[in-house]
Design a protein. Structure first.
Length: 156
């Protein structure tokens, strides 16, 4: 039961990772988000919140970065399918629509499997309280980004 609850929590926590659009409008000017700058900001934020020792950090960051790379691939696949559906829905056959929806469901399953896999890896290199702090801090960082860039998508 505990494992199932943890898996569900992990799924909820990481479901919305990397959901920020890559481009915002800022008073008529294009303002692209700098992914490297955002990544550096996230690392600094998580590092300060989780309070990793040197040895924990050496083990944790490669695993976390690997996790984010795999998660990005799933997110990009999902985004591409959603884009295709949005643009081409009237032109697609029922079979094509069904195939794309099935792919979306499979991506969600793959994401849950990925999160479960990496949760175990995180628990191997960090104490459980720091793993919980990671999830909490990740949510807080996403909130921080939403507040930071909130006004961009409302200005046209």
């Amino acid at each position: 039961m505990k494992t199932r609850i943890i898996t569900i929590m992990v799924l909820c926590i990481f479901t919305s990772l990397n959901v920020f659009p890559q481009q915002y409008k800022n008073r008529g000017k294009d303002c692209k988000l700098d992914n490297e700058k955002m990544h550096s900001e996230k690392i600094a934020f998580l590092s300060s919140e989780i309070d990793l020792s040197v040895s924990e950090a050496q083990q944790f960051w490669p695993i976390y970065n690997e996790f984010n790379e795999e998660l990005d691939k799933l997110f990009n696949s999902e985004r591409e399918i959603n884009r295709e559906l949005k643009i081409n829905l009237p032109n697609l056959s029922d079979k094509e629509i069904s195939d794309k929806l099935n792919k979306l469901i499979q991506i969600k399953i793959d994401r849950a499997d990925l999160e479960s896999k990496y949760h175990k890896k995180f628990c191997e290199v960090l104490p459980i309280d720091k793993v919980a702090m990671l999830y909490k801090s990740d949510r807080e960082f996403r909130k921080h980004l939403l507040h930071k860039y909130k006004g961009y998508n409302n200005r046209e």
